[in-house]
Design a protein around this ligand. Structure first.
Ligand code: IMP
Length: 200
């Protein structure tokens, strides 16, 4: 079973992504796992209506390439801005060439600056599918600050903080980000022998 397998060593998984930032953050959030990038493949474009669909599509594509005895991880994430009706959301990666500049421009003069990050992780292994979701609430700053993280981190201030995620840094992200929350939910599900269903 899952538990005995884990006790023999770290859970090995291949992340179906080219994003080295995501790899670094997932490794930091899951020190008990051994995660690598699946490789430089032409991953399918993200056409689903939900993060879950996109993460599943990446995992299923990865499944066709990875060795059978290794788990495959698909990840999809985005930022949802209240004043933009939840956009860019699931389209975050395609929304704008310079998302930070575009978001600051879209929110110029807007006082409601609430937003949230969402991350969905899907794991496929010989037993089927398991997934984990994580979100964090925050607000969009009026100018970029900080140098760690990636994407919208220089303008995202988590609820209860005054600094941006890029200022709070990668160590903070490894415990508190939407990606860390999704990773911990997935890890907890697998450790407790939780729900397994879906395609594989
Ligand atoms: P995808 O998951 O590859 O579709 O890309 C998600 C997009 O959402 C990224 O390109 C970023 O623009 C944004 N995003 C997701 N997670 C983060 C994060 O942790 N920090 C900053 N931006 C993020």
């Amino acid at each position: 079973g899952r538990r005995s397998r884990r006790s023999l060593g770290r859970l090995r998984a291949l992340l179906a992504s080219k994003n080295a930032n995501k790899l670094r953050e997932l490794r930091a959030a899951l020190p008990g796992w051994e995660i690598d990038l699946l490789g430089d493949h032409a991953f399918p474009s993200e056409e689903g209506d939900t993060y879950l669909e996109n993460a599943r599509a990446k995992a299923m594509f990865g499944r066709t390439l990875a060795p059978e005895d290794v788990a495959v991880l698909g990840e999809d994430s985005g930022i949802e801005v209240e004043a933009l009706g939840g956009r860019p959301g699931v389209e975050s990666a395609r929304w704008a060439e310079d998302g930070v500049a575009a978001l600051l421009a879209a929110l110029e003069g807007v006082t409601d600056r609430r937003a949230r990050y969402v991350c969905e992780l899907v794991l496929h292994d010989a037993r089927g599918e398991a997934s984990g979701r994580g979100t964090i609430a925050g607000t969009i700053a009026t100018e970029p600050r900080g140098s760690e993280g990636f994407g919208y981190d220089p303008i995202f201030v988590p609820a209860g903080e005054t600094r941006t995620v890029a200022e709070l840094g990668n160590t903070w992200k490894s415990r508190n980000s939407h990606r860390a929350h999704a990773a911990h939910a997935l890890d907890e599900l697998l450790r407790t022998g939780g729900q397994r269903s879906g395609p594989d």
